[in-house]
Design a binder for this molecule. Structure first.
Ligand SMILES: C[S@@+](CC[C@H](N)C(=O)[O-])C[C@H]1O[C@@H](n2cnc3c(N)ncnc32)[C@H](O)[C@@H]1O
Length: 178
């Protein structure tokens, strides 16, 4: 299974990069491909998915009618390299599912970050069930004694701790302007 992430933000924000590194650590470099992106560090191509001859493609789209399951026989799972927005604006449908005229599947109706979506999809493709995972909708990250940041997305909880890209908390703490 190849996990293809079409980068759709105007540039490679640090937050995107941390998610993308996390994706590589989840699925392995040989199973990840970042499209619409030129990077020396990540397995990537400047080409868009539409320009690549990928077979048996499925877009992971929160608005898809069907939920991904291990019985699905896809070779390439396509994810939006899109930072979360609340409420969702349907960018995955508009920028991937519709132009590619591709099959699509959801991972439930709540919005995950891209790296969490990849983690959940890998779990399902390995025969796991959504009900086996523990989730939390909206997490709060303390960035100083007096400030915290709310991330209004669905996160996988492992041992009571949200699964986050390494260094994301440090990055949020270093950011100005909350
Ligand atoms: C942070 S989400 C961005 C969603 C975007 N705000 C939208 O309105 O479509 C990043 C990517 O993770 C995947 N994703 C997140 N939640 C999902 C879900 N519930 N079902 C399927 N894919 C999901 C999609 O590929 C999506 O493009």
């Amino acid at each position: 299974m190849r996990y293809v992430i079409e980068h759709l933000e105007p540039r490679l924000f640090k937050w995107c990069l941390l998610e993308y590194r996390h994706i590589v650590s989840i699925v392995g470099k040989e199973n990840a491909l970042f499209t619409n992106l030129a990077s020396k560090e990540l397995p990537s191509t400047k080409d868009r998915v539409k320009d690549l001859d990928l077979k048996h493609v499925c877009v992971l789209d929160p608005y898809a009618r069907k939920t991904l399951s291990a019985s699905d026989k896809f070779e390439n799972l396509i994810f939006g390299g899109i930072l979360g927005d609340a409420p969702m604006q349907g960018r995955t449908t508009r920028e991937l599912t519709m132009p590619l005229a591709a099959e699509s599947r959801n991972l439930g109706k709540y919005q995950f970050s891209t790296d969490t979506a990849v983690y959940v999809a890998k779990h399902l493709m390995g025969g796991g069930k959504l009900s086996e995972l523990s989730f939390q909708d909206t997490i709060t990250i303390e960035i100083s004694d007096s400030e915290s940041v709310e991330l209004p997305f669905r996160y996988v909880m492992i041992g009571g701790i949200p699964l986050l890209p390494p260094c994301l908390v440090e990055y949020l703490k270093s950011r100005k302007g909350f």
